[in-house]
Design a protein around this ligand. Structure first.
Ligand code: PSU
Length: 303
């Protein structure tokens, strides 16, 4: 039995021609944004990748097949489907083996991208150490994946609903390079800055590509996290978003939300509390990340 890996025609052609490819995840579509903005955003993000000289590969498991690149109909169906699994390293193979359908998180998308030979991936914000993790032990599998799988992940930092200092500590322990793009501070998803310094800073896609290539030559396993701040015009200032996050966290606790349910619950709650402003910011930051990821992929393919 071989792995049911399906490359879209566009991705297949790009692989053959050596055109740079940028992987995109699907949990942001099924669990991160409401319909129809989720599908509109997925298409807009793919368009940003194409405009920037690369080919987009949105990744998902559909009826037991691991798809690298979705067509219009597949994207549309996934964006409206109910009860889609949220896949990570632990359950991705089980979903494929049992003919299931699931959206890929950052961890699962990294695994799939690597299987398809894609080394750059754009998303919104990675999962990380949840607040209260000292008692709940809720730490996203995204962090360990970054330490194992050689894919450069472009995100607007980690979502500000998380415990950012602990997230950075775990990434350091795991040996993951955390590189802020064009600034010293670690970005906080909806806001450009946190009060934390990023461990590393780079100012050009070429430096980021060279860093990934150097790690590979050194035989260092794992990828790198590129923390790309949200564009200034789209950011929600920290003073404005902080009380909203606190309220959402308190509601999640009162409602007994845990494990994989936490992040989608909080994002939805914050969306309603900000009357959609958090979603507009999220869309802007994903597009911005897709642009940088495309530039990095181009630089890697020219190296
Ligand atoms: N980026 C977004 N929205 C999202 C995600 C990323 O802008 O919803 C998803 C990613 O798939 C990431 C997941 O892996 O959130 C993290 O979930 P958790 O905290 O349960 O590990």
């Amino acid at each position: 039995m071989t792995l049911p890996l399906h490359l879209s025609d566009e991705v297949k052609a790009a692989c053959d021609a050596g055109t740079p490819i940028v992987a995109l995840e699907s949990t942001i579509i099924t669990h991160g944004m409401p319909f129809p903005q989720n599908v509109e955003t997925a298409r807009a993000v793919e368009a940003v990748v194409r405009t920037n000289g690369a080919v987009p590969a949105t990744i998902a498991v559909l009826d037991g097949n691991l798809h690298i690149g979705l067509n219009d109909a597949q994207l549309d169906a996934l964006g409206q489907a109910k009860g889609v699994a949220k896949l990570s390293r632990a359950d991705m193979a089980a979903c494929i083996a049992t003919g299931g359908t699931g959206a890929t998180t950052v961890a699962a998308t990294m695994i799939a991208a690597h299987l398809a030979g894609i080394s750059v991936f754009a998303t919104g914000g990675i999962g990380g150490v949840h607040r209260g993790a000292e008692t709940s032990f809720d730490i996203s599998a995204d962090l360990r994946e970054l330490s194992k799988t050689p894919v450069t992940v472009v995100a607007a930092g980690a979502k500000a609903i998380l415990d950012l200092p602990k997230t950075l500590e775990v990434l350091e322990t795991l040996g993951v390079p955390v590189i802020a793009y064009g600034q010293d501070s670690f970005p906080a998803f909806w806001s450009r800055n946190s009060d934390l310094a990023a461990p590393l800073r780079m100012d050009s896609p070429d430096q980021i590509a060279a860093s990934a290539i150097t790690r590979a030559r050194m035989g260092l396993e794992g990828g790198q996290l590129i923390a790309n701040p949200i564009p200034e015009s789209a950011e929600i200032p920290r003073e404005a978003i902080t009380p909203v996050i606190e309220e959402a966290l308190a509601a999640a606790e009162a409602d007994g939300i845990s494990a994989k349910g936490v992040t989608p619950y909080l994002l939805d709650r914050i969306f309603h509390a900000t009357e959609g402003a958090s979603l507009a910011a999220n869309i802007a930051l994903v597009k911005n990340n897709a642009q940088l990821a495309s530039q990095i992929a181009r630089s890697m393919s020219e190296a």
